[in-house]
Design a protein around this ligand. Structure first.
Ligand SMILES: [Zn+2]
Length: 202
């Protein structure tokens, strides 16, 4: 899950979008970064030495440990209220019959704890979306158990139970977010009252 699942999704997405380049008005850059556990080192390096001008990067969609371990009813959108990208992610979830929610545990500061933060600090509107749960439900129990037993442990292996339907639904959600963002005439903007807007150059 951390982060073989995200890497696999990026590879699968690249194959499917490459098969239909005509569907894209903007290019999509597929980035696999290393050393996230050591302090976002790979994404920091890329953000400092990007292969395309940083100003031309309109959005970052980061996929890291999205945890397809329960049926896909809820998506937790990190950055849901920070930019148009968050708003769009929520709208797409709803259009797929999935409930979008903000992080039920905001004190964990997850919006700045994975590779999207390297792009946020360069002013790039970003989201990180995970399979979610409502507080106090059996699903929350499943997530808590996973974090206790498998997070950063050898047991985070391929023999663990995975809800493949949820993984497929999550990938479809991500595809729609990429396509809509790539094809929208307007670039996503940070919200006026977003703390992270201060990083946007203009
Ligand atoms: Zn990790």
């Amino acid at each position: 899950m951390d982060d073989g699942s995200g890497s696999a999704l990026v590879l699968d997405m690249a194959v499917s979008l490459k098969a239909h380049p005509e569907t894209l008005k903007r290019s999509v850059l597929f980035l696999l970064v290393s050393a996230e556990e050591k302090g976002l080192l790979g994404s920091k390096y890329f953000a400092a030495h990007p292969t395309v001008p940083i100003k031309s990067i309109v959005a970052d969609v980061n996929v890291d440990m999205f945890l397809p371990i329960v049926p896909l009813k809820i998506l937790t959108i990190q950055g849901i209220d920070e930019s148009d990208l968050g708003t769009r992610a929520a709208a797409i979830a709803q259009s797929m019959g999935i409930k979008p929610i903000a992080d039920p545990e905001p004190l964990r500061n997850r919006f700045i704890r994975s590779d999207q933060y390297s792009f946020i600090k360069k002013g790039v509107p970003s989201v990180k979306v995970d399979v979610g749960f409502e507080v106090g439900t059996p699903e929350q129990r499943i997530f808590k158990d996973w974090l206790t037993k498998r997070y950063h442990a050898p047991s985070d292996d391929v023999n663990q139970p995975v809800d493949l339907q949820t993984a497929a639904g999550y990938e479809e959600f991500t595809r729609r977010l990429l396509l809509e963002t790539a094809n929208d005439g307007a670039r996503p903007q940070w919200k006026q009252d977003s703390f992270f807007r201060r990083y946007a150059p203009d």
